[in-house]
Design a protein around this ligand. Structure first.
Ligand SMILES: [Zn+2]
Length: 260
């Protein structure tokens, strides 16, 4: 006997409705980050750097594109390191949100590398008229600053051209090459939403297929139910830190600090 026949007046929730509701919740299912990572370990995944991905099963390439803040990146790197997990962190060299040459950002990036993670370039091709020249220039700068080779990059907000661009650029691999993007299942939390579904709901995860998972630490290190809640918090933190920077570097600003 079904629920509906027992309670004929009760509003009936169909399995379809439940599924839709579940999917809506899954889109915003984030944090705590440590619990999220532990699930992969329980499912017997091994965390790998990109060039190590060579098995159809049990491997995961954990990727971080750092669009906003190196402090959140360091926080996620510390949580991973505590669990013995390695990840690849990609940083923008031409960002309006952080500056790899500032003392704090540089310290954070070096600390992430010291924890055993890989670091490289999150490349924004739209900054350049000729993206080949742009990448050549950024790679040279990166080598000089961090004293290491650039073997793989990720692209910032790639258009279809780049998503379908399968070759390395100047012998530098990128994360949208088919072997990382199509041959293994890809999940991303871009914009603070699991657009391609939550990894744990997928058959690939349940069957331990190798995965490429893109995590933006900003969506995991801030409190809030939705992506816009988190952005509100982040925005007010940025305003406060901008005020502090003004006051620390500009004496006349101190007289207006409180009134702003
Ligand atoms: Zn990005």
């Amino acid at each position: 006997m079904t629920n509906a026949t027992l309670h004929p007046d009760r509003q009936i929730t169909t399995p379809g409705d439940q599924e839709q509701h579940h999917e809506e919740n899954a889109r915003f299912r984030f944090g705590p980050y440590e619990e999220f990572l532990k699930k992969y370990l329980e499912q017997e995944y091994r965390f790998c750097f990109f060039p190590e991905i060579n098995q159809p099963k049990n491997q995961i390439a954990l990727r971080h594109d750092i669009d906003f803040d190196t402090q959140f990146a360091l926080q996620s790197a510390q949580i991973e390191s505590k669990l013995g997990i390695k990840a690849t962190y990609f940083f923008l060299m031409r960002s309006n949100f952080y500056n790899l040459f500032s003392p704090q950002d540089l310290h954070n990036v070096l600390a992430i590398r010291d924890l055993g993670h890989h670091i490289s370039i999150h490349f924004d091709p739209t900054v350049y008229e000729d993206f080949h020249e742009g990448l050549k220039w950024e790679a040279a700068l990166f080598r000089q600053v961090f004293r290491q080779e650039v073997s793989i990059i990720s692209l910032h907000r790639p258009n279809t051209f780049f998503q379908e661009f399968d070759s390395p650029i100047f012998d530098i691999e990128h994360t949208y090459q088919a072997k990382y993007f199509r041959d293994i299942k890809y999940f991303a939390d871009s914009t603070g939403v699991w657009r391609f579904g939550h990894p744990f709901d997928s058959q690939e995860f349940l069957q331990q297929h190798s995965l490429h998972v893109l995590i933006h630490p900003v969506w995991w290190m801030l409190d809030g139910v939705s992506n816009t809640d988190k952005l509100r918090t982040f925005y007010s933190q940025k305003v406060q830190s901008l005020k502090t920077d003004f006051s620390n570097n500009c004496i006349p600003f101190r007289s207006i600090h409180e009134s702003l």
